[in-house]
Every structure is written in structure tokens, then in C-alpha cells.
Design a protein around this ligand. Structure first.
Ligand SMILES: Nc1ncnc2c1ncn2[C@@H]1O[C@H](COP(=O)(O)OP(=O)(O)O)[C@@H](O)[C@H]1O
Ligand SMILES: [Mg+2]
Length: 233
């Protein structure tokens, strides 16, 4: 793992690089017009902005769920627009961990099965069950490992979603307002645990929120309206 990171650092490729990126939904107005943005590997970046200004849209572009209308977007040196839909899904599964605002846990599955969801057929160079155990310990949810998702508090559920996003040791972690349904105590616990995982894996972290008090956990803070030329009404 440490070696991987050193190799990545040496290679000097950016985690995310975009040039003249424009995006609009089908028939909709322009949502994003970002002339330039570069995010380096292992950087922890906080992006904030009011609701409706395109934060989730930006993250969906970075993860290849949406494709740019114009311009270039390189993620881990890969132009996602050049990949087939299947190859894009594969790229995302291997390299990107996504933590959503709503946790998207399967209610009738246990915590363990939620963390391992979709991993059984994926190749890893480590023992995936062991990794899930370790993450559950790190994220303070191992006491609930065999409970159903619905038996957990919101704070605990969000930590399960975090474990699921980190299980493949992704190079890039994307978080879309992951603390917005948590109270202050759970927000602080979540942030501390996420940063602790970062200390170990040194993934690139792109974290979006409208809550500016979270900026202190990050290396760089970007206001979306500073980089986006589309003026929202
Ligand atoms: N699937 C969609 N189809 C059409 N318009 C959308 C869709 N998703 C979001 N939008 C519009 O794009 C703009 C940006 O939305 P979004 O990226 O969700 O903002 P934020 O995450 O900052 O709240 C809004 O005007 C929203 O209504
Ligand atoms: Mg959003």
C-alpha cells in the first residue's frame, strides 16, 4: 500500500484535470462552465456552494456517471469519455469510492453484507473479508457487524456507507454532502474517521458540502462559484 502511494506520487499524474469543461442536462441550461481545474493525487479538496449550483453534477462528471457536453476531463489520467459505458463502470468500481448524502444501504442486509456488496466477484490483491472486518473496526461499527442496516443510527449507517466506499482501497474518494443528515457529534466523528482512513491510504478526496465549518479538515477549499463561470440565478 505504502509502495503504491510512493509510485503514484512519483508518476506525477494529477488525480483530476479538466479543461474548458461545459455541462448541461439534455435540453437544459448550462450548469457548469469550468475553464480549468487540477486536483493532485492525495490532495484533500473541499468544494462548497449553495444548493442547486452544480456540486452533485460536478461529482457525477468526475465519476463518469455523466459525460461532459464539451471539454476535457481526465480522471487518474484517463479520459472517461473515451471509455465504453461498461469500461467506465469497471474503472469506477476499481478506482473510485463514492459516499452519498443518502447512504443507499440495503435495509434487509447485515452491515457486513452491505460493506461487501458487489465485491465477491471482484478481484483484489488482498483478502476482502479481512479488509471489511478491519474497516468495521476502524469506523467503530464492528459491534453491529451482523445487525441489519435498519437497526443502526444515522451516524452508524453513514460509517457503513464510508466502509463500503473504501473497501477496494480506491485512489479517489468522492463524498457528496455525506454529513448533511448527521448531528454535530456524528459529523465530527465521521470526519475524524474519514481523515484517519486518508492517513492510511492517502486517496485523493473530493468532498462537497454547503457546510463551510468542515473546510478545516482539508488541504484546499474551493467555492464552486469561483471556478464555475455559469452564474446561478
Ligand atoms: N437529472 C437532472 N436533470 C436535469 N436537471 C438536473 C438534474 N440534476 C440536477 N439538475 C439541475 O442542475 C442544477 C445543479 O444541480 P445539482 O448538481 O444537483 O446542484 P447541487 O448539488 O449543488 O445542489 C440544478 O439547476 C438542478 O435542477
Ligand atoms: Mg447536491
Amino acid at each position: 500500500m505504502g509502495d503504491d502511494w510512493r509510485k503514484r506520487k512519483r508518476s506525477k499524474m494529477s488525480a483530476i484535470q479538466l479543461n474548458h469543461l461545459k455541462f448541461h442536462y439534455t435540453q437544459g441550461p448550462l450548469v457548469l462552465d469550468i475553464p480549468e481545474l487540477k486536483i493532485e493525487q492525495s490532495e484533500k479538496v473541499f468544494i462548497h456552494g449553495p444548493s442547486g449550483t452544480g456540486k452533485s453534477t460536478f461529482l457525477n462528471l468526475v465519476s463518469g456517471i455523466l459525460s461532459p457536453s464539451q471539454g476535457d476531463l481526465l480522471v487518474l489520467n484517463q479520459n472517461l469519455a473515451n471509455l465504453s459505458a461498461g469500461a467506465r463502470d469497471q474503472f469506477r468500481g476499481k478506482n473510485i469510492g463514492y459516499i452519498f448524502q443518502s447512504f443507499n444501504l440495503i435495509p434487509y442486509l447485515t452491515i457486513k453484507d452491505n460493506i461487501l456488496l458487489g465485491q465477491h466477484f471482484r478481484k483484489s490483491d488482498f483478502n476482502i473479508e479481512h479488509r471489511a472486518d478491519q474497516l468495521a473496526k476502524d469506523l467503530n461499527i464492528s459491534a453491529h457487524y451482523n445487525k441489519k442496516a435498519t437497526q443502526l443510527s444515522l451516524g452508524q449507517q453513514q460509517r457503513v456507507a464510508c466502509a463500503r466506499a473504501l473497501i477496494q482501497k480506491p485512489q479517489l474518494v468522492i463524498a457528496d454532502e455525506p454529513t448533511s443528515s448527521l448531528d454535530d457529534k456524528n459529523t465530527i466523528e465521521f470526519m475524524n474517521l474519514l481523515i484517519k482512513e486518508w492517513e492510511e491510504l492517502k486517496f485523493t478526496l473530493v468532498f462537497v458540502s454547503h457546510d463551510l465549518t468542515l473546510a478545516r479538515y482539508f488541504d484546499r477549499t474551493i467555492a464552486l462559484e469561483e471556478i464555475n463561470k455559469v452564474v446561478s440565478i
